[in-house]
Ligand binder design. Structure first.
Ligand code: GAP
Length: 497
């Protein structure tokens, strides 16, 4: 594992990452001054930069590195029939159950999954597997009474009230709805999209025709999605408003197995390219397929709280386009000029949550290291070992002391770099403190202007590397080229070509 956090301390990392995110301007609770809104978060001054860099690494890998993938940006509101056709109005549900004593609501499947996890932890793997199999069987048949009976048979108690005083299990639709139109009686109910994918499907023909796209081809999109999650928890892992980065790849029916494998490999390689250790990635085959899929696997990351889904690779067959054909009464066929065939394309989808990817990135980059300060006192150094292309700030420029001509020279370096990268300038506090303030943000480089810069020949500065803390003298004339090279998104993209 390429992290210097020991395995036992890795599992204790989650609360540290959460408070780090808040303390250093990465993530804030939404409307915090009003005590926040559950499962809704805002990104701060450093979070927004990291998030945009992650988004760019995904977007360019999709659109720039594949000649046959283009991007779109569809509106969040869509014609309500979209969601009838896609199956979300009738089928996008979670089974929920309430405890009558604590008045707390739970996802019935998650209560059973937790019970299975307890069996697993106590070494009873067979019992855990059997329980999950029985639950999946009941959910597949939509047997909600059976699910409740299973919860009762397992004697599962509410963690708050410690009673088994459960209501029946009900399906809870996860879509948020609102009204469009100024006159109440004529207003139309519309949904906040629960996935960005449908914006791609309804534009399939527009893009194919206007772009003269030949199958196989893909359409990528980044945008907000909304789900009224029954249980929203674990920080930005499960949110009610989140961002998805999705790509629908349109293919000839019958070729879905090979393209499914292609995208599984391509996406795993991308995660490695942005710096995620492969040992903390794995594929998980879905036990219960979504209504649209004939195959589905998740890319899971080993978070400090366990393996969790980050991305889904789904073989969606021709389900969505066929449904939209039927509901819109518009043909959504592809005409193959070579064979003369007309067909509804099959689709392989890659779908990753940007917020979950953000959390993954913080978890895998967080480092605590024992060091000794100048006086020999031991202390813990905390830093984010982010890929330089992802780091919110690329370089910090410091005059060694707040005196001329050092300040003027440092300011000149800021001006030389600021059009090309995100630069931070600071002149107060000791140099050690200034380095430490950048380490916690993941700034990969710090540049110090000292008296040698001014007095000695060649105008050199000290360049300090975040992870190794090594320092070297670099000439100001070479600085821009070196930093541009090291912090370019191309250092990620070149691993994918
Ligand atoms: N279009 C397919 C689709 O939406 P999904 O597995 O429901 O598939 C894809 O979602 C990804 O979106 C997940 O792997 C996860 O990263 C992210 N995601 C889903 N629900 C989320 C939530 N409530 N909060 C944050 N991210 C979420």
């Amino acid at each position: 594992m390429d992290t210097n956090i020991a395995a036992n301390t890795y599992s204790e990392l989650f609360p540290k990452v959460i408070s780090h995110a808040k303390e250093y301007g990465f993530v804030f609770q939404s409307s915090e001054i009003y005590d926040g809104l559950q499962a809704v978060y805002d990104y701060g001054q450093n979070g927004v930069e990291l998030r945009q860099n992650l988004q760019q690494a995904w977007w360019l890998a999709m659109t720039r590195l594949h000649e046959n993938i283009v991007g779109i940006e569809a509106a969040i509101f869509m014609h309500p029939t979209t969601w009838k056709a896609s199956g979300h109005v009738d089928g996008f549900n979670d089974p929920m159950i309430d405890n009558k004593d604590s008045k707390k609501r739970y996802r019935a499947d998650q209560l059973l999954e937790e019970q299975a996890r307890q069996y697993e932890l106590s070494g009873n793997t067979a019992k855990a597997t059997a329980l999950l199999a029985e639950m999946n069987e009941l959910l597949k048949k939509d047997d909600l009474e059976g699910v409740r009976n299973l919860i009762m048979a397992e004697k599962i108690l509410c963690p708050i009230s410690k009673t088994a005083n459960w209501t029946e299990v009900r399906q809870f639709n996860l879509m948020f709805s609102t009204k469009v139109g100024s006159v109440a009686e004529e207003a139309t109910e519309v949904y906040l999209r629960p996935e960005t994918a449908q914006g791609i499907f309804v534009n399939y023909l527009n893009v194919q025709k206007t772009g003269r796209m030949k199958i196989p081809f893909g359409i990528a999109q980044v945008g907000k999605a909304f789900r009224n999650e029954v249980v929203a928890r674990q920080f930005i892992m499960r949110m009610r408003e989140f961002t998805q980065m999705e790509m629908q790849f349109f293919i000839k029916p019958g070729t879905q197995k090979e393209w499914f494998e292609y995208w599984k490999n391509a996406r795993r390689k991308w995660h490695q390219a942005i710096g995620t250790p492969d040992a903390r990635l794995r594929f998980h085959v879905h036990d219960k397929l979504a209504h649209y899929a004939d195959a589905a696997e998740d890319i899971e990351f080993e978070f400090p709280i366990g393996w969790k889904e980050v991305e889904g690779i789904h073989s969606r067959t021709d389900f969505d386009l066929s449904q939209h054909e039927q509901f819109s009464k518009k043909k959504l066929r592809y005409h193959d000029a070579q064979t003369g065939e007309n067909f509804v394309p099959y689709v392989i989808e890659t779908s990753i949550g940007l917020d979950r990817l953000f959390l993954l990135t913080l978890c895998q980059a967080y480092r605590e290291e024992e060091t000794t300060d100048e006086k020999g006192k031991s202390e813990t150094r905390t830093y984010l070992s982010l890929h330089p292309a992802l780091a919110p700030i690329k370089v910090a420029i410091f005059p060694l002391v707040k005196k001329e001509p050092l300040v003027e020279k440092a300011r000149q370096i800021v001006d030389m770099l600021k059009l090309d990268m995100n630069v931070f300038y600071e002149e107060s506090a000791s140099i050690g403190k200034r380095y430490a303030r950048q380490d916690v943000l993941g700034t990969p480089f710090c540049v110090t202007v000292d008296f040698d810069t001014i007095e000695k020949e060649g105008e050199t500065v000290t360049l300090r590397y975040r992870d190794s803390m090594k320092q070297e003298r670099v000439s100001i004339a070479d600085l821009k080229e070196k930093l541009l090279y090291e912090t370019s998104i191309n250092r990620i993209l070149e691993k994918l070509v």
